[in-house]
Design a protein around this ligand. Structure first.
Ligand SMILES: Cc1cc2nc3c(=O)[nH]c(=O)nc-3n(C[C@H](O)[C@H](O)[C@H](O)COP(=O)(O)O)c2cc1C
Length: 231
């Protein structure tokens, strides 16, 4: 089952509000709403709505063209990534931009073998691609030990979102690939982390497929009742 097809349980929060006697008295939309169909947008910095547009129209892309991404575009996107905020500006991340098709193919092959051994479903074994055939795979590693009480994963999430939004602003598509993270962190794959020069006190936090989109998917449902105003 693809991650966006999973059912999201909302009962626990609603339940706790019910216990507090607040349910029904709060001004929130109780029903889930469907976002409008995503339309392509470029962030040109001129419209005050550009950032809002960019956020609302970004989608996870799972089909890519084979068009190469110009280096200056990649540079801009990665720069936006590292301008993300982080706790005490610790920047507890390492980024690797994998453009070498042989390396991506090797990771894919290992992943397919792993899925076979684990007897997990492979939808299209002949055509399996760890990053949906995107030309670029971004690997974000995080410091295992944070600088304070805040987890470094949070910082990496902000970094990831900056990259995805900057990519979208440049007409690129992206898709976080959380599913392969445990696999990449297996001891068997330490040679890959070594190849990527990832420090030994770091582990993979998330990976991201990046390329020009070859699809224009509709936004998956969002639950507006996740937001409650307490007045
Ligand atoms: C941390 C994280 C991990 C994800 N892992 C996967 C993944 O392994 N495979 C996949 O196809 N999509 C993955 N996604 C994409 C989500 O399914 C997607 O963001 C969600 O369905 C909402 O759709 P949207 O991004 O188009 O708004 C991941 C997203 C996040 C934030």
């Amino acid at each position: 089952m693809r991650e966006d097809e999973k059912t999201i349980s909302r009962s626990s929060f609603l339940g706790s509000l019910g216990t507090l006697g607040l349910l029904g008295s709060l001004p929130f939309l109780a029903s889930a709403c469907k976002e409008p169909k995503a339309k392509p947008t470029i962030y040109d910095g001129n419209s005050e709505d550009s950032i809002i547009d960019n956020i609302l129209t970004r989608r996870s892309i799972r089909k890519y063209t084979d068009q190469d991404i110009p280096q200056e575009v990649l540079d801009t996107i990665l720069k936006c990534g590292i301008f993300a905020p982080s706790a005490v500006n610790s920047q507890p991340w390492e980024l690797r931009v994998i453009q070498n098709p042989k390396i991506i193919a090797e990771i894919s092959k290992r992943h397919t073998d792993y899925l076979r051994i684990e007897k997990k479903e492979i939808k299209d074994p002949e055509n399996h691609s760890i990053n949906y055939h995107a030309p670029v795979l971004i690997i974000i590693a995080k410091a295992i030990k944070g600088t304070g009480t805040l987890p470094t994963l949070l910082d990496c999430g902000l970094l990831l979102q900056n990259i995805m939004l900057a990519a979208h602003a440049n007409n690129l598509g992206s898709c976080p690939l959380g599913g392969i993270v445990p696999f990449l962190n297996l001891d068997n794959n330490s040679d890959l982390l070594h190849l990527f020069n990832i420090p030994s006190d770091y582990e993979i936090a998330i990976t991201l497929a990046l390329g020009y989109p070859d699809e224009n998917p509709q936004a998956p449902i969002r639950y507006t009742d996740k937001v409650k105003y307490i007045r």
